[in-house]
Structure formats: structure tokens, C-alpha cells
Design a protein. Sequence first.
Length: 381
Amino acid sequence: MSVVNRETIEKLINETQDVNVTIFIPTHKKGEEGKQDSIRLKNIIQKAKNELVEKGWKENKVDKLFKPVYTKTEENQFWLHQDKGLAIYANEEYFDLFKIPVSPKENYYISDNFLITPLLELQNHHNDYHVLVLSQNETKMFKVAPDETTQVIFESVPTSMEEHLKYHVHEPSMQHHSGASGGGSVFHGQGGEMDENNKELELFLKHIENKVTKYLKNVNGPLVLAGPDKMVSYYKKANKYFNVLDSFITGNYDNKSIKEIENESWEIVKSYFREEILSDIERFNDLKGSELISTDVSDIVKGAYFGKVDTLFVPMGFHQYGIFDTEKNQVEISDKLNGEAVDLINHAAISAIKNGSTLYGLPQSEVPNNSGLAAIYRYKS
């Protein structure tokens, strides 16, 4: 099981044989519906098996093809740890599967290529980013990657106000004690004491900021802040890192789960990772009336094959079947998969990847002109 990115998709393309089977099913992370996922998979595998037999495959050959699928999916606990979907790729020489964070339409595809277009959307999700959870009880930072979230451990710096105060000299009037819940420090006093408390909080956050900025300068990427408004405000005042996002998650995050932090931070950071997509959509719109753009599937299939496509916008869940004769450079559109027909959208995407194009998997409503496929050309002749 691998992380899905451009390299993953390129590997799938390179692993193709004469006959390749792709299976997508929606899955459930938990609950009664999750118990039906294994049955759903067996049913769709049976449909794929039947089609292979109709194509002339012997049953023992078909069983051998799907044996790695059964071996993997029948492991203990397999169905207890799912995401929103499952993608399976198999041929006589290769097998892999991916638990994916999007819910695909249940489908199988048998062709001379794997069906890679549903994976293109996953490239848009994000690169690595960090979330700094500010708290007087325990300040923590997490690295959020597409495959997992891990905590970044800071050394030689107090991560709570209680620890911080052990190493600093305070005015005699300042008092604090450990809170009843969470073990953090609770300050009391008014006027000057309150000002002193704020100064200590600012100093605590400055020390944290120094460590965070030193770390992030080596890894780059956006930083999302989470915590009470006051702490976020003080942190931003001290901040020297260039890529702290303006929006932040407000509130007490002491008891939030990692999954909650992932989900809430993604709502803030997703627009950051979509900037490149939006820029290329704007570029497409600026080229309207020019020969350097197209929404004609046949034209794009040919252009992608011959390396003319610079950027390809692929609509998720949309299929256009047909035959592409590369020798005659002709495309014949079909209503369904039959005979030599393939998914032309998938064919164009594979060609574009092989030729180094930029690809975006998008909801159809976000594809330029709300079209079945859209492209910006490198050149047009």
C-alpha cells in the first residue's frame, strides 16, 4: 500500500501489461456499513472475473490473477482500518492497492492500461504542512503529510507555561499554581500582576517561536496556527517565519484528536495548495479565443499523445469511450466500452503524464468551461 502521488501514478503506468484490471469501491471507516465492504469487493471481482472468462481467459488463470487481492484483503483487521475508498490494480505481473481519502464510484476497468484518472484528484490534496497547537498546558507541533501525521518534538525549550516559569525569575507579587485540570499554570492578580502574566506568556511564545522558525526554515511549507485568540495573537507578534497562514483555528485544542486537527487545519490550508490550480485555470481563461487551449476530447487525446499538452484538466467521474488509431491519428467516439474502445480521458491522461505535462483532477464543475476535458497546449501546429 503506497501514498498516491505523481510518482505512484507513473509507476502504475510503467507496470502495465496487455491486460490490466482496475477496481474502485467506496469504503467505510467504521460502523455497520463497513461490514459490507468485503462483500462489495467480492461481488465486483466476480464481475471482472466473468468478463475475463468471456475474453477467453481460463478460470485458473483468472484465479491466479486475483489471488494477491484476496490474500491482502483477507488479512486480520484489514477492513477495520479503511478510508473513504479502495483502489486496486492487478495484472499477471503486478498488484497494489490504495486506501484513498475520497469516495469513488464502484467500478472496474479491464484494458491495456490501468485506470489512473480517479487518482489524479489525490495529487491536489496537499504536500506536507505543519500545525502548531498553542496551549499553556502543552504546546505541540504536527507535521501533516498525505500518508500520516506525526508530532515534531522540540528539545531544550519548555512547551508549557509551568515548565517555562521554572526557569525564569519573576516579580515577588506574581503568583501561580497548577490548574486542577490539565496541570497547566493558572495566574491570578490584577493590574500590574496581569501585565506581568502577559509578559511571561509572550516570552514563553517567543521561545517556542524561535524553535519553530529554526525548524521550518529547513523544511519550508505553510504553518497553520491553532489555539486561543490571545496566544495566536502573541505568537504572530513574535513570528519571524515567512509562511504562517493568516487564517487560524481558534479555541482550546488540549483535548482535540489528531484527526480533528488534520480535518480542521485542512479547511484552512487547502486554498493554499489550490493556488497553482487556480492560477492555471486563470491562464486557460486568459487564452480564450486562442488555438493554445481546447475542450475537444478528440483533439486533446491526439495532442497529449504527441506531447503538445502543457496542462490537462481532468474531470473526476467523467468518461468518454472510443478508439484512438495512433498511426492514422484518428479518434472514433463510442457510447460504451466494446471491442477495442478504451476510456479516452484516461488515455489522454496517461499520454500527458508520459510527456511531462501538468495534470489536475477536478470536479467537472471546476474544469474550464465545465467541459469533459480541457487542455492548455505547449504549441499548436
